[in-house]
Design a protein around this ligand. Structure first.
Ligand code: HDL
Ligand code: ZN
Length: 418
């Protein structure tokens, strides 16, 4: 075992390991190329990412109403965003810098400021090959999608057995079931589950277990997931508690599938913004801990949207062996918060957490979301290894690579296999 004796070699080895280690992207909104327009990619999709749509209305003159923006076609929307957020106001936000990082990584010089030249380049890409190229540039071994078994636009592709590359794995997204059971009954009926009463009777709960088990058998998901709001508490007298207790958690335990809970989203606070209209709030981590304790045979993954909840979540991750903490989600996926949260999690959890997921909605974003994360993680990890070195510990390169892989997906895979 070649032990590293000096600090500068140690820091260099850590940085090389962070750059070289394949990451598993455990939460994205990407789709197989065979699922057609569901898979977003290319310049105009990059520029009309809902993060940039939100920023547009903070920069544009008030004459630009939401309605006027949505009346434009995708190309016109992209050009307006380019003008407002890159030319008239400099690209200093994370989402804007992400576009620049992607262009540079693809060999398209952002300083040229030439949308049409870049559009021509993208038009020459074949999506199946481009997918592989992006995964290589982002240094990802495989990614996990978000698959909603109650969304007709998605369901049709799975029922028609459209092909899906092995490097795209599934996750069953069940917000609609947990939060809008009444509104889910029509789609359940269209899938042949018409005997679902409005009330959550024992018979209905059994039917819902059968329906969900059918999707597990069809999609072979790595986990089931739901995003819940700041108002979520557990237990309570509502349907979400009953569905967690009598459908989701028992089935998850039976199939050894984790339940991923993404806490703190305040949905559609500005409906006119579409996907950009969500905000966030504090979550009740005590409810998460009660759920984990109530279902000791079920494994839970969790991430939170509010920066202020991150410490309490990390402490919860120290207490519960069936809870695994992951990612710097959404409004926490910014350099300053990734740095703060990663440092805190290393200090509280060692390597027992998953450092990041991209949450990418546009394929090309994988490049910047992982490049930016690796840049920040390398600095924080080098600091922590140097602290241990200064305290007298000595590392081998193999141990460092082992640790980094754990943080970039290995700990998640160990948790799945538990
Ligand atoms: O609920 C989620 O999975 C969130 O990630 C939302 O999709 C959100 O709109 C998003 O894209 N965040 O990055
Ligand atoms: Zn997401």
């Amino acid at each position: 075992m070649n032990i590293i004796d000096d600090a500068s070699t140690l820091a260099q080895t850590v940085r090389q390991a962070v750059a070289a280690t394949k990451a598993t992207d455990i939460h994205t909104h990407l789709f197989p190329p065979s699922h057609g327009s569901l898979l977003l990619w290319g310049l105009d999709e990059l520029l009309t990412y809902h993060y940039l749509v939100a920023e547009l209305f903070g920069a544009a003159p008030s004459e630009l109403t939401h309605e006027k923006f949505w009346a434009l076609d995708k190309k016109q929307q992209a050009e307006l965003i380019w003008r407002q957020l890159f030319l008239d106001h400099s690209p200093l936000s994370e989402a804007r810098q992400g576009v620049l990082t992607v262009l540079t990584a693809l060999g398209l010089d952002p300083a040229r400021r030439d949308l049409n030249a870049w559009r021509a380049w993208f038009s020459r890409q074949k999506v199946e090959d481009y997918l592989d190229r992006v995964l290589e540039l982002a240094n990802i071994d495989y990614l996990i999608m978000t698959n909603n078994p109650l969304l007709e636009a998605e369901v049709q592709h799975w029922l028609n057995n459209r092909p899906c590359p092995k490097r795209l794995r599934t996750a069953l997204r069940i917000d609609s079931l947990l939060l809008n059971f009444a509104g889910s009954r029509a789609q359940l009926s269209r899938q042949g589950f018409s005997s679902v009463d409005a009330e959550l009777t024992a018979k209905t709960l059994e039917t819902l277990r059968r329906w969900l088990a059918g999707w597990i058998d069809r999609l072979h998901p790595l986990y089931m997931a739901a995003s819940l709001g700041p108002d979520w508490t557990y237990p309570n007298a509502g349907e979400t508690t009953q569905l967690l207790d009598h459908v989701v958690c028992p089935l998850a335990a039976e199939r050894n599938l984790p339940v991923a809970l993404m806490l703190g989203v305040r949905k559609a606070v500005i409906p006119a913004l579409g996907d950009a209209g969500d905000a966030e709030g504090r979550s009740d981590i005590a409810s998460l801990m009660r759920l984990c304790a109530q279902h000791p045979q079920t494994k839970f993954l969790a991430t939170v949207l509010d920066r202020a909840d991150q410490h309490e979540l990390a402490v919860a991750g120290r207490k519960l062996r069936n809870l695994h903490i992951f990612g710097c989600w959404w409004f926490c996926n910014t350099p300053s918060i990734i740095e703060e949260v990663t440092r805190m999690r290393l200090e509280l959890l060692g390597t027992n957490f998953t450092l990041q997921h991209s949450d990418a909605r546009v394929l090309d974003q994988l490049i910047y979301k992982w490049l930016h994360t690796r840049r920040i993680a390398a600095d924080v990890l080098a600091e922590k290894y140097l602290d241990a070195h200064a305290a007298g510990w000595r590392f081998s390169a193999a141990e460092i690579h082992r640790d980094i892989r754990r943080l970039f997906g290995g700990a998640f895979e160990e948790f799945l296999a538990k």
